[in-house]
Each structure stands twice: as structure tokens, then as C-alpha cells.
Design a protein around this ligand. Sequence first.
Ligand SMILES: Cc1ncc(COP(=O)(O)O)c(C=O)c1O
Length: 425
Amino acid sequence: MHKLNTQSEWIARANEVLPAGGFGNFDPGVIIARGEGAHVWDEDGKEYIDYLIGSGPMLLGHGHPEVIEAVLQQLPNGMTFFANNSKGIELAEAIVAAVPCCEQVRFVASGGEADMYAMRLARAYTGHSKILKFEGGYHGMSAEAQMSLAPSKHVNFPQAIPDSAGIPQSVADQMLIAPFNDLEAVAALLAEHGDVAAIIVEPLQRIIPAEPGYLQGLRNLCDKHHVLLIFDEIVTGFRLAYGGAQERYGVTPDICTLGKIIGGGFPLAALGASAEIMQHFDKDCVGEGKWLMQMGTLSGNPIAATAGLKTMEVLRRDGTYDRLRTIGRHLQKMQSEALSGAGIAHQICGDDALFDIYFTDRPCRDYRTATHDEPQVNTRYNAALRQNGIFKAPGKLYPSLAVTQDDLAWTEDAVNAAVTAISAD
Ligand SMILES: Cc1ncc(COP(=O)(O)O)c(C=O)c1O
């Protein structure tokens, strides 16, 4: 009889064929065998409550029956065509109906790709070359995005530090790096540099909220200096609200990028803007010199579009976002109470729909201040949660709509055990 592989056997196999033993995304010491609802199981059969949810896409939970049904209906009709197809067109219509800044969208296969094109689009539209990005802001893996994402040393603003080998200095020279939540710094940079095409920002930077008036302040500065405002809504789109962070915070960017949820767990992302800006994807409208060449094998593929459309249909139902926020608040409260009860300095940072803990009393408002007093406390807390069946990234907790009351009770037990573990250290 065929013997099933254990997790340690899979890890050994991964170490042979994958650099650093993994896909580059997540702790390669766990191999996920399957997911259902708010739960995942590893290859040894250990069950976890999943607060990673594929790094965001699985907002409805794993294997939502209506999404599966829709995808199963589409599968025999074709998986990808490269050509226009009705599912992709319907998805574009649904995004345009939902997201304030989008009159038109262009599909790509990943969020990082969407961000790369958003920056290029801003350059084509304005004729300017520089991009202002915030230290610690995550926008995928393009050369521009890999500037001052996670710098290990602090340099003077606006100097850009590449996070990756293999990026030419010429890219760094086109980037201006600013601290998040500091409007004066942005105002000074825009006053000094006349050749800025865009500001790219995560409206919720990782889990750091924009302070009141900050996003509107960026909007005003962009208008004043004729710079485009790009909201990276890969994470926040259809999560903070159906219309994303721009709906929730009431600030409309010029361009936004979307991913994760709109592909329902399949490879699909998009960028969107007004028809006037998006016409740079149409050579007949803008002429060769101002045109963005853009194509991709899987762009608008009907399986991802079908999964995304069904996911969005479920999200539109009454009370969905209230329920997500209630689950998020419950998860925050149980952790805050347990940590406060044990006298452990901490703060919950983020939005009800996406957050995590910083183990410090200090205000966390940008990359340099959003840190733990003792990083090992966070590492140990997350390790203890994992041991007790909670699956999450060490810097983010994604609630999903599949989380039940039983799951919350399980999570609370795990939180209490993890707090006891770090208190005992
Ligand atoms: C804010 C943000 N932008 C862009 C990306 C990149 O998306 P992808 O991993 O689909 O390339 C991510 C991924 O987590 C993200 O969180």
C-alpha cells in the first residue's frame, strides 16, 4: 500500500528542489495539505484555525461552496484563452461598479505586476519620472517596489535603499522615500522635486493606519503639485469595505491596484483609474510615444474571473462587512484582555478587518516606530499560537468570514496559552 508522506518527508523533498526549502513566501517548516472553511491541516494531520487565508484572498474561507460550484461550471468551458472572455468583462464591470476611482480596469496576474504598471502608467500620464514611496510600504517585487520596503538600517530621507540584490542604482535614483504619516515630509519633497509622477501608498500601511486627515492630505498635495495618487489596494480592496479603503476612508485616488480577493484564490489582479488615465493602454488614443504596451498570458482568465465574481457576489450580501468586523473585534479584544491581564505591554494595530499586535506602549505610526520593544516576545507569542493550532503570519492576522463561534473559542484558548507561555519566560 502507498505510504503517505509525513510533513518532515515533504520538508526534506522541498529542501532538495526549492532554494531555502520553500516558495519564498512563508515558514517552510509547515506543509499545508488542505483547507476547509476557516481551517487548514498540515501533512501530519494537525488542524489549525487559519488566519493567514492565503495571505488575504480567501476572505470567504477555503472551499466556499458557491465559489466551487461556479468554478466547476466554468472549468469544462475552458481555463484560459488569452482572448477577451465574458467572465473577465463581467468582472471588470463589477469592479468599476464597486470601486470609486475605477472607470476602467486592466487585468494582470499578480498584485506586484499591477503596482508596477500603476507606477509606469503614472509616468506615462504625467511625463514625469520620480515615484514617491513610503518606507516600509509593500508593493510587490518590481525594482521600484523593492526600495526601502524593509531596510535594516535607517538612512536619511528621501534616499532609497534596495531590499534585493540585482537592482541597478538608476532605479533607486528615481525613487523618493518618505516616512508614512508625515505630511510635512511629503510636502517638502514635492516642493523640492518638480518631476514626481506619483505617490504610491498602502492606505493601511501593512497594519499601520493612516492618521486622521493623512490620506486627504496626500490627496490635496497631489492635486496641488499635479502628481497622481496611487492607492495600493491589493490587500484593502474588498476587505476594508466592498469599495475598499477609498470607500472606507472617503478619499479617492487617481489610480488603484487590486488583487487577492478579486481573483477568489486564483491568479488575477488589476489596476484601475479614470478612462482619461487608462487611455494610455490604448495606442490609438494616445499615440505610440505615450502608450503602455501591456499583456500577460493569464490576464483576465475566466477561472479566476469566475471565482472573483462569485466571491464579490457573496460579499455584497447584507451584513457581510459588519460580520467581518465583529469577528475582527472579538479577536482583538480576547488578545488585548489576555495580554493586559498578564501586564504585557502591547497594542493592537490596524483595522478590524486586518490587524496584529505590536509589543510596545509607544505609538506606532511609521516603519521606524512600528516595532516591538523585544522582537523575541512576538516570535515566542506567534510560536505558541502555532503550537496551539493558530495559523498566521507573525506580523498580520487576517480574519475570515468562515470563522465560527467555536473557532473563536478555540482561538481564545490558544491566546490564553500563548500569553501564559510568554509570561512564564
Ligand atoms: C499591499 C500589497 N501590494 C502588493 C502585493 C503584491 O501582490 P502579489 O503577491 O499578488 O504580487 C501585496 C502582497 O501581499 C501587498 O500586500
